[in-house]
Design a protein around this ligand. Structure first.
Ligand code: C5P
Length: 401
């Protein structure tokens, strides 16, 4: 995710400094090269050695150190990163930045750098809410800096409220987004995800084990690439990726209505949902009582949402389906590609280990309209999502030309 990216992590002095150590570990794990610069106050909480060991790079602490300035000057250090991440950013650091003060190593770099800056504040709730901090926040926004707001909860100072450093996963995702080229900028896309529930009484339903992970990964990657994303989701208990418009539905009929309402304005639709093919013919108003004999539930077919989309597909829209099969994968997938008028189809062999429902990885074959069959190696669902959007982008570019 961050391979080849250079991140300068500025650490200022608050109790959340210990979390910044974990952040370094996560950034390094994602492939980034991390250079840490600490303020004098930050060093009161955690020693530079911790950050040096975790980042495998020397830590910047002293603007006037003859030794470190001769190795790499603060100006060079300001030129180096693809992103400057400030975590935790104290009220004091934000105030200095807003005023353009450069009186130590970190603030000097901040004035000299042209890299994007992501500020992750952490402080006492009263300090966060203070009009001076809020004014500085506005100024920092006007200066073009981005802010990952603090989380709300119990604070180290025994108070409750906004001021906790944002969750590290959220900081990481925000950093990845800033560093991802906006190749779907200006595009509106829709992803369907998860199973549908087809009720036959108020407490029972027919469904399948879809976790929604593939669809949510697709929504996340599209949002990273700056698309406007609608995520039409069956019940699947995953957190919607930041910045995505989640539309929660329950049954196939709800899902169809939500998707068809939006479809005319969309550049691309990826149907990753495992829509139930059937629904009970009637939904009982009360819970069905247990009886000591066989129970027959009559089913009727659900509409095929993807086929309906294929029938009305505008020439400029890219339509992608999934085919989850337990036998004759390629034959069935090719048939669906043509029958549902798709641009390409992503075929999953459900009998393979590490593919399909519930897992974090997938092993798929992409079949294109021109007959090309591309077997992708086993990879994470996020990587499969990237492969899918790469293809969608190419098709959109072709459609536009
Ligand atoms: O025909 P089959 O259900 O195997 O097709 C799978 C593809 O069609 C998936 O992309 C799925 O989201 C979509 N589908 C649909 N409406 C249905 C059934 C499947 O849109 N009722």
């Amino acid at each position: 995710m961050l391979r080849g990216k250079s991140i300068l992590l500025g650490v200022s002095g608050g109790i959340a400094v210990y979390k910044a150590a974990e952040l370094v570990r996560l950034l390094v794990k994602k492939g980034a090269s991390v250079h840490v610069v600490m303020t004098a106050n930050a060093q009161q909480f955690v020693t530079p050695l911790t950050f040096q060991v975790l980042s495998n790079n020397t830590v910047g602490i002293d603007l006037f150190s003859v030794e470190s300035e001769s190795r790499i000057s603060h100006i060079q250090k300001a030129r180096l990163p693809d992103l400057v991440l400030l975590a935790p950013a104290t009220a004091n650091l934000m105030a200095k930045m807003a005023a353009g003060i450069a009186d130590d190593y970190l603030t000097t770099i901040l004035l000299a750098t042209t890299a994007p800056v992501l500020i992750c504040p952490a402080m006492n709730v009263k300090m966060w809410e203070h009009p001076a901090t809020q004014r500085n926040l506005r100024i920092l926004g006007e200066l073009g800096h981005q802010v990952q707001p603090p989380a709300v909860g119990s604070l180290a100072c025994q108070e409750e409220g906004a001021g906790r450093l944002a969750e590290l996963g959220d900081i990481l995702e925000r950093a990845v987004r800033i560093l991802t080229p906006p190749t779907l900028g200006g595009r509106r896309v829709l992803v369907s995800a998860g199973p549908t529930w087809e009720s036959f009484d108020p407490v029972r339903f027919l469904s399948n084990p879809s976790s929604g992970k593939m669809g949510y990964a697709l929504a996340k990657i599209a949002a990273r690439r700056c698309a406007q994303v609608y995520l039409v989701s069956g019940p699947c208990f995953l957190e919607a990726p930041a910045g995505v418009e989640q539309i929660c539905v329950t049954s196939a009929l709800d899902m169809r209505d939500a998707i068809l309402r939006l479809s005319p304005q969309l550049d691309a639709i990826v149907m990753a949902a495992a829509v139930s093919d059937y629904r009970p013919s009637q939904k009982l108003p009360q819970k069905l009582k247990k009886v000591a004999k066989e129970l027959t539930v009559l089913l009727e077919p659900n509409p095929d949402i993807l086929a309906a989309l294929g029938e009305v597909k505008p020439a400029t829209q890219v339509l992608v389906g999934f085919a989850a099969e337990t036998e004759d994968l390629l034959k069935n997938a090719k048939d669906k590609l043509v029958r549902k008028n798709l641009d390409f189809i992503v075929a999953n062999d459900l009998s393979r280990k590490g593919a399909g429902f519930c897992c974090d990885t997938n092993e798929v074959t992409i079949i294109e309209r021109n007959g090309a069959v591309i077997d992708l190696a086993p990879m994470t669902k996020e990587d499969v999502a990237s492969e899918i959007w790469d293809r969608v982008e190419r098709l959109l570019a072709g459609v536009k030309n």
